[in-house]
Design a protein around this ligand. Structure first.
Ligand code: CTP
Length: 478
């Protein structure tokens, strides 16, 4: 636990002054207090509860501050926000809340600090420091939140059924905090989440995705996904992942459990990248395996075309969860689509042309793709593990070599259609496409380098074969 003063910042004195002026007791509450005791980095947002009007308190605080920051008012929620010293302050009046069963919109009535604290999600978030003259800095901890912080336990202040029913998003928050802080969810709360998991359906997709992103960005995201699975929340949110669960056996042949494999891949990649979308790609890289799974005596288990199917599923999944259908989605699709490509190169003999094609297709994402594929190695056979990694190292080296020679990422053909038309004095026609493709293939196969002169000569050669005659001023560049 930290020894520094949690109320050191001059803002707290100003809030204290404002609450005295309004005769409204005020408290700093929630994540700020929790994170102070956990010695976590201060996230630059602070929640203030006041017994009275949060909006009035915000206005008074603003009037005391020299720069008089703008107060943003959210009338429906009775809250107000302002920015000062690069900190976001949120003000709310202490309340008794009750939520209707069908929506998240609370019916709010004013309440005491105790009412307010008991309506919060977890005991570790129901902690407050007084900002009042008579007991400035005193910790208020009516539900033994400090004890739970010390024991690394997430527990609801009230009966968990009531807390989760008030706001079902809290079921996801429990899992997210557990993953972020490495805390256990207490048994009663866990049982309540299992019982109430279908209530998550009243929560907006945006808020769900926000929590999913936070789980994804944890050092070990599998902690969160295993809890989502254990509590039965996963099928409501990401049924594509639930569908990967299980091992089937036919004719003595088994396939691996692709759900647990996926979680391993996500944990692996999280050691190498903080990129949220690359982590999403890892989570979704095998989702096409459920619908494409087949068994035949001849080949055993197969998942033919799962990358293509998976990349189509990425679109549907993003759309359903109201995630952005932009370049981030396209990136995830591309990673899923190409996720087996480098593995095909891990045979003992990696040809330059195969590497060239990989760089050509992956473009600027080739390093990300390699990171994904390395994370995909989850074999428990140490010999194979070493071999695959060594092969990928070789592929990475070849990528560098090929790049140095041919600069294939963001490939621009050295000869364009315009030049083909002038060289042979022809109008737009299918021959142009044929010549262009021929040159591209020759470069990818390594027949010629990705350079103008070589491509020019090849164009002349191919054009002649197609019955075209170079205009008189077009000469061989040799
Ligand atoms: N809170 C709650 N139920 C919710 C959301 C929030 O009871 N569904 C309460 C908790 O007391 C929480 C506080 O509101 O501490 C502030 O919420 P928020 O800023 O979302 O969370 P933090 O706890 O600050 O943590 P983080 O910023 O990591 O989300």
């Amino acid at each position: 636990m930290t020894n520094s003063n949690p109320l050191e910042h001059p803002l707290f004195k100003i809030i204290s002054e404002a609450s005295q002026e309004l005769h409204q007791p005020s408290y700093v509450i929630g994540g700020y207090v929790r994170d102070f005791f956990l010695n976590r980095d201060f996230k630059k947002d602070i929640d203030i509860v006041t017994v009275g009007s949060g909006i009035e308190l915000a206005k008074t605080v603003s009037s005391i501050l020299p720069e008089k920051p703008k107060v943003q008012i959210f009338k429906t929620f009775g809250t107000a926000m302002l920015r000062a010293y690069d900190i976001e302050l949120e003000f709310v009046g202490a309340r008794k809340e009750s939520y209707s069963r069908e929506s998240r919109n609370p019916q709010v009535t004013p309440g005491t600090l105790q009412d307010d604290l008991e309506r919060r999600d977890f005991t570790v978030n129901a902690l407050a420091f007084s900002l009042n003259m008579e007991d400035y800095g005193t910790l208020i901890d009516p539900f033994n939140g400090i004890q739970d912080l010390n024991d690394s336990i997430l527990r609801t202040p009230l009966d968990p059924d009531a807390t989760f029913s008030d706001d079902p998003l809290r079921m996801l928050r429990a899992i997210r905090f557990s993953c972020q802080l490495n805390f256990e969810i207490d048994q009663a709360s866990l049982a309540s989440i299992k019982k109430n998991n279908d209530r998550i359906k009243i929560i907006t997709k945006e808020r769900i995705v926000d929590e999913l992103h936070k789980i994804m960005l944890c050092p070990t995201p599998s902690i969160g996904f295993l809890l989502l699975e254990k509590t039965g929340l996963l099928p409501h949110i990401l049924p594509e992942l639930t569908a990967l669960k299980g091992i089937e056996e036919q004719e003595g042949q088994r396939h691996k459990d692709n759900f647990y494999h996926t979680l391993e891949v996500v944990d692996n990649i999280s050691q190498h990248t903080e990129d949220l979308w690359l982590r999403w790609a890892a989570l979704l890289h095998d989702i096409g395996k459920a619908p494409t799974k087949r068994f035949s005596k001849k080949v055993g288990w197969s998942f033919h075309g799962h990358e293509f199917e998976g990349s189509k599923m990425v679109y549907r999944l993003f759309k359903r969860l109201k995630m952005p259908l932009n370049d981030k989605m396209k990136f995830v699709q591309k990673m899923v689509m190409m996720s087996s490509r480098p593995i095909a190169l891990t045979d003992d003999h990696v040809t330059d042309s195969a590497v060239r094609r990989l760089v050509f297709d992956a473009g600027d994402n080739v390093e990300d793709l390699m990171t994904l594929c390395e994370a995909d190695i989850t074999t428990k056979n140490p010999k194979r593990f070493k071999k695959y990694h060594k092969n990928f190292e070789l592929v990475r080296r070849k990528i560098v070599e090929v790049e140095e020679r041919d600069h294939l990422r963001n490939f621009q053909p050295p000869i364009d259609g315009e030049e083909i038309m002038t060289t042979f004095n022809i109008r737009p026609s299918k021959e142009i496409g044929i010549i262009k493709e021929y040159i591209k293939e020759a470069i990818l196969e390594g027949v010629i380098p990705n350079e103008y002169e070589a491509a020019y000569n090849l164009m002349i050669q191919k054009g002649k074969k197609l019955g075209l005659t170079p205009a008189s001023n077009s000469t061989d560049k040799n």
